[in-house]
Design a binder for this molecule. Sequence first.
Ligand code: DSN
Length: 402
Amino acid sequence: MSKVLDLIQQETNRQANTIRLIASENYASPEILTALGSSLTNKYSEGYPQHRYYEGQEFIDQIELIAIENAKKLFKSKFANVQAYSGSPANLAVYLALLQPGDTILGLALSSGGHLTHGHKVSISGKWLNSISYGLTTDGYINYDQIEKLAQEHKPKLIISGHSAYPRQVDFKRIGEIAKSIGAYHLADISHISGLVATGLHPHPFPYADIITTTTHKILRGPRGALILTNDPELAQKVDKAVFPGLQGGPHNNNIAGIAIALEYDLKPEYTDYCKQVITNAKALSKAMQNRDFEIVSGGTENHLLLVDLRNKNIDGDTLSKALNKVNIETNKNTIPFDTASPFKPNGIRLGTPAVTTLGLKEQDMETISEFISQVVNNIDNQSQLEKIKTQVIEFISKFKY
Ligand code: DSN
C-alpha cells in the first residue's frame, strides 16, 4: 500500500480527534467524497455543456448542468459558472473578464480581514493591477466613509467587498452605491458567508453587486471549488470566456459533481437550520470567551467567526495557535485591526464555527471549548497539564461524528 494512503488515514483520524475551529474549513459528506474519488477525474471536458472539444461528455454535461442549476437556485442568480478550480482563480477570472493590466481596484486590506486576491502586493492582483486598500474603523467595522473617499480619489474600475476575517455583516448596498457613483464594477467575494447569504441570514449582494464569487468548500460544505454568479448576460459570457479558455484547461469534473451534490443539500430546509446554528454557536463562543476575560474584536460577531484580541493575555497568536494545536484544537493566528505586530506573530487568533456545527455541537459545547482554550492560555508552558487537556479534548470531540 502506498505510504500516502496511510497518511490519508492518519489525517482522517487527526480530524476525528480535533476540535476544528478554522473559520474557512468544514467536512464534506461521504457522498461528496465518493464523487471526488470517482471516474470523473479520468475525463477531459474543455468547454461548456453541449460545446466541448472532446467526445464522451453525455454524463459530464448532465452533471455540470445540475451544478449550474443548483447554484442559480441557491443564490437566485441568472447565470453561474462552476468550473473555477477554487476561490483565487475565480477572482482572477473576474479580473480577466472585466479589467486590463494596470487598472485600479479597491479592496479590503489583508491585514484588516481581506484576502490576498483582493489586491495584496504579493498576489498577481496587486502586481498586475493598481491596488488600493480600504480598512476598518477603530471599533473594528468596515470604514465605508473611507471606501467612498478612496473611490472618489482613485476612481477604481472595480470595488471588491467580502472578507476572510471579518465578524460583522457587510453593507453590500452601500458599497454598490459607491461603485455605481463612479461607474465601477462591484465584485462581492462571499466565500466565507455564502451559506448565510443563500439562506437569508445575511443580506444578499444582488442587486448591488455585478458579480459574486464564492468558494464551495467552506460554509457550503462542498468540495474545493468555486462559483461565479451574475445576473448580467454580457458579464456572464465574459466570465465564461475568462475561466475557459482564458485561465484554465479541462474542468475538474469530479469536483463539479461534488459541488452539484453539496448545493442539492444546501437547498434543503435543514441547511438553513445548520446556518442558523453556525451563527448561534459563534455568538455563544464569543460570549463564553468574553466571560473568561478574552477581548473580542468589535465586541462580538454577526456571522460564523470571531477574532480574539490577545493583548490583555500577554501572549501572541502564533504561540497560542501552536499550543492549541498541541491539545488538538485547530485555529489560526490572525492580525487584529491596527495590529502593530508582524503577521507571523500577530496579536490575535480567528475562531469559526462551521465545522463544529456540522458535527452537531451546540451552545453549551461552546462553553466547553472556551474553557479548554482558557486552560491552554493559563498553562502555556506546562507540558504535563497540556497533555491532560489534550486527553480531555479527544474524549470530548470524538463523541461527535459526521
Ligand atoms: N484561506 C482562506 C481562509 O482561511 O479564510 C481564504 O482563502
